[in-house]
Ligand binder design. Sequence first.
Ligand SMILES: Nc1ncnc2c1ncn2[C@@H]1O[C@H](COP(=O)(O)OP(=O)(O)OP(=O)(O)O)[C@@H](O)[C@H]1O
Length: 312
Amino acid sequence: MIKMNVVIEAINLTKYYGNFPAVRGVTFSVNEGEVFGFLGPNGAGKTTTIRMLTGVLKPTSGQVRVLGYDMTREPEKLKARQRMGIVPEMANPYIDLTAMQNLKLMGELYGLPKWEIEKRSIELLKLFELYEKRNIKVRGFSKGMRQRLVLAMAMIADPELYFLDEPTSGLDVISARIIKDIIRDEKKAGKTIFLTTHNMNDANELCERIGIIRKGKLVAIDTPEGLKRLTKEHLSVEVSLKPMMFDPSVLSSALRVERLGDKVKIYTNDPDKTVKEIVEYAKERKLKIVSIRTLSPSLEDVFVEIIGGKND
Ligand SMILES: Nc1ncnc2c1ncn2[C@@H]1O[C@H](COP(=O)(O)OP(=O)(O)OP(=O)(O)O)[C@@H](O)[C@H]1O
């Protein structure tokens, strides 16, 4: 068995703002090399959790260890932060500095040698398609360019772990695409990424595991496909036969049937069995299968079901 290194460990993490419990007894861990998505409606406690994980906010109770360091203790958390790249919610670069100056400043904060800052800044500006604009003040940058720069700044010291709070929220398609591609590349390079997002497609495409938080409580944690399996009744098989002489009610695995144009959609708990029954049916009657596919529920279906359809 491959031994996994636990990079983030939260145990019973709890945060009260006065009497208000923003995060309540959250327990989970993230392994090295994993992209972990943290999803939840507005006000669910995502940002509060990320702030505790990065040592910005002290938990009211519970434990948080990141890269082996206790994030509630001063000298330890600084060591961990040296090895992290953080993009906070609505982060902004300095608008009176150029892109290059922002990167250099960040490199100095991480204590990197001058030559390395220079080399890394150029690499990152090229990677984020900002090189041509390197000497322009950020004041003149679009939101997407600013966000790309913020992520580049978080990457300056080549961290092994990222915390990204809504990295693609409200961005133009090109900027969002560049950022997502880079997140994938960092994952390929073995980095661990903790990401909060409202975007179900992003979560589905990028994350290996997802935690869903609702009113401060972790209500589900699984792979995207595992979460989708929670809503089994949404599984279906869509088939088109030629000629379309088909009575799906003869299939023992059919739960419900919907006719859609030249296709039939059969809801089932066992798509494998349904496909086999359809193939058998078509064979016996010498019907041609024009198309057949299994449809799973989207992550959004699951999210809405778990959250209860309300943005509370
Ligand atoms: N400094 C604070 N003082 C009091 N309440 C706060 C504070 N910060 C956050 N809250 C409340 O705690 C809850 C959780 O907020 P948090 O920002 O963690 O949610 P979130 O999931 O990140 O939301 P969003 O998706 O809107 O960013 C919310 O109800 C919020 O109003």
